[in-house]
Design a protein around this ligand. Structure first.
Ligand code: AMP
Ligand code: ZN
Length: 478
């Protein structure tokens, strides 16, 4: 394991610059990543954010840190509109599918876990559904009342942004208050008792449009259910305490969700919520953000339906820096897949050569380049470039290249070695044909060897002649 002293620089949204990362608690990094709202399948834009977070976690591990990662699952309280209007997304979907709300949550949580598994994303050690942390959320709301930062109306309990301080409130987003006010007004504030249009709900009461809300809990402020943001404040405090090291999400979270989380947590405990705030840029399609509500989204299943492997999508994502917008189109994904398949074949070839090659071990600086790339705010395109250069550097022995690639794959997670080994397993009748082919070539019976090569091709295997005999590789990837 590497020493955690390697300088890692991360772009902190709070300061709008790259900063040297040092954990608050020696080598243990506390990481909070906002999870999905489980009312539908994750789309590949959401999955881009989870891949970025996975690279972050794996880079930290690679650098020798221990990581305690927490992810929430939003199964209540996330409304269709950010300014406390609209319906609860979960209840709306349950109604549409004629299912129980928690059943919907279960179905899409499982689907989400399945998707991230297919993308080789490490499942967070702690996954916390909002509905399992209601007492913690209520405790936090009570704390906000004690601090004079919460008030109750007929419909809800709100966070008092003015009492908290508008300047402080906009610390993360750096949005001019006028802009924020206009944005909120544009969405029509329906609760006349709200003191300021930016005040946001901590608790919704079972009344008015929510009178049939299925999920509801007793509380000091009438039966109801929590607002969306309070779950992250309560869950992060429960598992990580305040302040913790890194908080992440997509850039859409900066202006509303993370701004509100920060205000609640910092208002309640007079302590910073998180030291570093990292945000992944959007995946766009036809120059428009991919979004569930925009109806322009694709799921991982759609990619698989086109016989493209999920890891081709991971490779596609790693080809762009997480802070740049990335435009999705099928041709780009196809071409990422082609590059990935070429890498698998090259790794296969190295495994094949490694059995015979007696090359000496040389010093090289690929590992340094790889580390430098990732340590520079997770520069995955550069890290991929060093993987490519390494695998094709024939001054280095196959064993050396494989050993180093194996290390790189701890972070990149493209299943390089496993996939290559799997592809190299050939059925018995093919290995018999391969032996015959090799014998014909050795005996210079080229007519026979050519015939057999064509037969092997027809059976789905390409044949490459190497100094160590024929190297077989399946033409169609499975
Ligand atoms: P949600 O399930 O809507 O809470 O979103 C889950 C995660 O996906 C959040 O971190 C969002 O910021 C992120 N996200 C949403 N849309 C996109 C997109 N088009 N590209 C990248 N990330 C996104
Ligand atoms: Zn959150």
């Amino acid at each position: 394991m590497r020493s955690p002293s390697t300088k890692l620089k991360l772009y902190n949204t709070l300061s709008r610059q790259k900063e040297n990362f040092r954990p608050l608690n020696k080598s243990k990094v506390s990481l909070y990543t906002c999870g999905p709202t489980v009312y539908n399948f994750a789309h590949i834009g959401n999955l881009r954010t989870y891949i970025f977070e996975d690279i972050l976690e794996r880079t930290l591990l690679f650098l020798g840190f221990n990581v305690k990662r927490v992810m929430n699952i939003t199964d209540v309280g996330h409304l269709t509109n950010d300014s406390d209007e609209g319906e609860d997304k979960m209840e709306q979907e349950a109604h549409k599918e004629k299912k129980d709300v928690l059943e919907v949550a279960h179905i899409y949580t499982e689907a989400f876990l399945n998707d991230i598994k297919k993308l080789n994303i490490k499942i967070p050690k702690i996954i916390a559904p909002a509905t399992k942390f209601i007492p913690e959320q209520q405790k936090l709301i009570q704390k906000l009342f004690e601090k004079g930062l919460a008030y109750e109306t007929k419909n809800a309990v709100y966070f008092d942004v003015t009492r908290y301080g508008l300047k402080k409130y906009l610390r993360l987003s750096r949005q001019p208050i006028e802009e924020k006010r206009i944005a909120v007004r544009a969405k029509v504030v329906k609760d006349p008792e709200k003191k300021h249009p930016s005040d946001f709900a901590l608790w919704f009461k079972i009344t008015g449009k929510f009178k049939n809300h299925v999920l509801q809990w007793d509380s000091p402020w009438e039966k109801g259910f929590p607002g969306w943001h309070i779950e992250c404040s309560a869950i992060s405090e429960y598992f990580l305490k305040q302040p913790f090291d890194i908080h992440t999400g997509g850039i859409d979270h900066i202006a509303v969700h993370h701004t509100n989380e920060m205000a609640q947590s910092e208002g309640a405990y007079n302590k910073e919520l998180a030291h570093f705030w990292l945000h992944g840029e959007f995946l766009v399609i036809n120059n428009e953000r991919m979004g569930k509500s925009l109806g322009n989204f694709l799921t991982l299943r759609k990619i698989e339906d086109r016989s493209l492997p999920p890891l081709a999508y991971r490779y596609f994502i790693l080809g762009a820096h997480y802070r740049s917008q990335l435009n999705f189109h099928w041709e780009a994904l196809e071409s990422s897949n082609q590059s990935l398949q070429n890498l698998y074949k090259q790794v296969g070839r190295l495994i094949f050569d490694a059995r015979q090659s007696k090359m000496k071990i040389l010093r090289h600086d690929y590992e340094k380049k790889f580390l430098t790339a990732l340590s520079d705010d997770l520069n995955t395109p550069q890290a991929l470039a060093s993987l490519h250069a390494l695998l094709y550097d024939d001054k280095l022995s196959p064993v050396q290249r494989l050993d180093t690639a194996k290390k790189f794959d701890k972070v990149l997670q493209l299943s390089l070695i496993e996939t290559a080994r799997k592809r190299m397993r050939i059925p018995f009748h093919i290995s018999v044909a391969k032996k015959h082919y090799h014998a014909f070539r050795r005996n210079q019976q080229f007519v026979q060897s050519d015939t057999l090569r064509k037969r092997l091709n027809a059976l789905g295997y390409g044949v490459e002649d190497t100094p160590y005999g024929p190297f077989l590789w399946p033409i169609k990837q499975k």
